[in-house]
Design a protein. Sequence first.
Length: 357
Amino acid sequence: MSRFWSDHIHELVPYVPGEQPKQQLLKLNTNEHAYGPSPRVFAAIAAKNNDDLRLYPPYEASALLSAIAKKHNVATDQVFLGNGSDEVLAHVFNTLFLREGRPLLLPDITYSFYKTYCAFFKVPAEVIPLAEDFTIRVEDYTREREVAPAAIIFANPNAPTGIALALDDIAHIAQANPDSAVVVDEAYVDFGADSAVALIAQHPNIVVIHTLSKSYALAGLRVGYAVASAEIVAGLQRVKDSFNSYPLDTLAQAGAVAAIEDQAYFDEKRFAIMQSRDKLTKDLQQLGFEVLPSKTNFVFARHADHEAQQLHQGLRDRHILVRHFQQPRIEQFLRITVGTPEQCAKLIAALREILNA
Ligand SMILES: Cc1ncc(COP(=O)(O)O)c(C=O)c1O
């Protein structure tokens, strides 16, 4: 705390990201990709690593906009870019969620940054509990309300549960709330779920958020984007240009284009991760874990006879980092990023040792 800070800074409760350890640990705690990015990314970045870095990056980022628009079969004016999807989300909160005190609806268990942004932007939130089995209860979002929500946000597949909601359900939610933005954060969608981008033409209130941090293995490059109607993107653009006109640097733009253009590499690696996930799920079940059905590059698992906190510490003592949330309803779960087959085998061996101790 400082007497020099603006008044509202004293009340902020910042998001706490997963640990980035200094020592050599097997890092299965922040859902980074098990493999590196496409080799084409390195070549593209190297080609831009020259004197031209004295220039501002391309303001329009048109090469990247075109690559994303082509991938999703939308127009370039339906794509909005940001410095990681966290920044895209910040602009979404600011642009779409501050509407005359109308609430934002969001699940109790979901990406925790949403609550941080609610506090930061002073967005009134109505937190809706997930069902007992940690699925989103669609009827909670479609029933008639006295005041229409400003918007609805959830991750799909959800985090940290890994559970995906069907597109029909998302369409139903969008249809029931025609005057509210329905924001679907698809950070993990490439690991086995269906994208709601396909619904935007029918439901212009849907906003889909993507990141290159997970399925493209580019968390270090910081590239995220939204796909929405041109009208919504124009609003986001107004906010961005009132804040930082150049959120994506030259190297990030070049690397991101190369990654998106190498769909063969993208597919090969995401399918490998999905296979590892399914094996990891079976191996954990054999050790007595309950594992929620995951469509992501992580699994969310609990053991009936062992405290998650102790398992987390036991793994750490064996140089393996996983994520544990001290949060009601999920404090007995561990969120484990899917690693390479060798890393998963190491994790299972360590867990077996802990359980047998
Ligand atoms: C659901 C979800 N959304 C968004 C993000 C942010 O991703 P980034 O800012 O790296 O694009 C994460 C990161 O873990 C996430 O889990």
